[in-house]
Design a protein around this ligand. Structure first.
Ligand SMILES: *Cc1c(COP(=O)(O)O)cnc(C)c1O
Length: 360
């Protein structure tokens, strides 16, 4: 193939298409002028459709962690329940404590999902005013049962529900309003298929009201600054304008394809990858029934040399897969199949994986 760069099939950052790069390379415009305001206003209804929400959808020039930290800082006054089932969700608990908040971890083993009854048992105590959940735990390739968990959180109207959809937003249907999510956030280097450094997040009216009661929200990530500027079709500070152009381009592509077609494409790619794993004697790392749709975390039950496998694929095929995250490095490997990828490009990846296995 005529590719002279290593194509990323790690679960983020992912490959960015040439048409997206081209869209990002346009002359700069001032972020306080009508050109920018028009662009912002045009994108808003599309962003709301992608998040299935009537809430404001804000744009942050930061990676997801900026917004993840901000959500805790803006919305927790009593105590936050951090649901932990992998590296990113474990880290969110750590971040809550670093911010000086009263926090408790609801912990399950890596590969296991958070179950609604566990959340219910905690919220019943009345100790909590916020819950964090990672919808798609990228480190273990696990998708939590968000609809069932959301149904539980709805029983507690004073609790703010903060959901990380970093590696699932646009690849899987997540209906912010129907589920009652108060914050739904993602950075753009995963299923949005943009370069890293930017994030998209919806915030409910309930969360904005809550933020107004929480002191020390800072400036850069103050949700009320986002709201005040949003209502003038602007961001609080100078945004990454190339990212705004890129996001507009990706939104146009999403609506040309159609959201339902996009979800179906992602599911097809996930099935291809899972079938490959099973056909080659591998199991999947997450508990059956909770597998991610945007990436696959394969359990290394065959005990292959994952580092060697990964290197062979990279050297010969210029495709980079991931060799396992944190405590499951070498005990698993992960392949991303999201964004602009298609069944055709996934076929190429599977052929490279086959070849990599042969080289061991
Ligand atoms: C990648 C990822 C993050 C971290 O996002 P950054 O954009 O690097 O801050 C957080 N949560 C999940 C689930 C992720 O996959």
């Amino acid at each position: 193939m005529a590719r002279n760069h290593v194509k990323l099939h790690i679960p983020g950052p992912i490959e960015v298409s040439p048409d997206t790069f081209a869209a990002m390379c346009q002359p700069m415009i001032g972020h306080r002028g009508s050109g920018f305001q028009d662009l912002y206003a045009q994108m808003q209804p599309k962003l709301q459709q992608v998040l299935y929400t009537k809430n404001r959808v804000f744009l942050s020039t930061s990676s997801a962690w900026g917004v993840m930290e901000a959500a805790i800082n803006n919305l927790v006054s009593k105590k936050v329940l951090n649901c932990c089932c992998g590296a990113f969700s474990d880290k969110w608990f750590d971040v809550s404590k670093r911010l000086g908040k009263n926090a408790e971890a609801l912990k399950v083993e890596w590969g296991q999902p958070i179950m609604p009854e566990m959340v219910d048992a905690k919220l019943k105590t009345g100790e909590f005013d916020a819950v964090t959940l990672i919808h798609n735990e990228t480190s273990t390739g696990l998708m939590n049962p968000i609809a069932d968990i959301a149904a539980v959180v709805k029983k507690y109207p004073d609790v703010i529900f903060i959901v990380d959809t970093v590696s699932s937003m646009t690849g899987v249907k997540i209906e912010m309003d129907a589920l009652g999510l108060d914050v739904m956030l993602a950075s753009v280097q995963k299923a949005w298929a943009l370069p890293p450094g930017f994030a998209v997040f919806g915030v409910s009216e309930k969360a904005l009201k809550k933020a107004a009661t929480v002191p020390n929200r800072g400036y850069y990530f103050d949700f009320l600054e986002f709201k005040a500027n949003h209502d003038k079709n602007m961001t609080p500070s100078t945004p990454s304008i190339p990212h705004v152009y890129g996001l507009k381009h990706q939104l146009d592509k999403i609506f040309t394809e159609g959201l339902e077609n996009r979800y179906a494409r992602h599911l097809t790619m996930a099935k291809m990858m899972r079938d490959w794993a099973k056909a080659n004697g591998f199991e999947l790392f997450p508990k059956a029934g909770y597998e991610s749709i945007t990436l696959t975390c394969v359990k290394n039950n065959r005990n292959i040399d994952v580092a060697k496998f990964q290197k062979a694929i990279k050297d010969k095929h210029k495709i980079l897969i991931d060799g396992g995250y944190g405590q499951i490095k070498g005990k698993s490997f992960r392949v991303g199949h999201m964004g602009d990828e298609t069944s055709e490009t996934i076929k190429e990846v599977l052929a490279a994986l086959d070849d990599g296995l042969k080289s061991l």
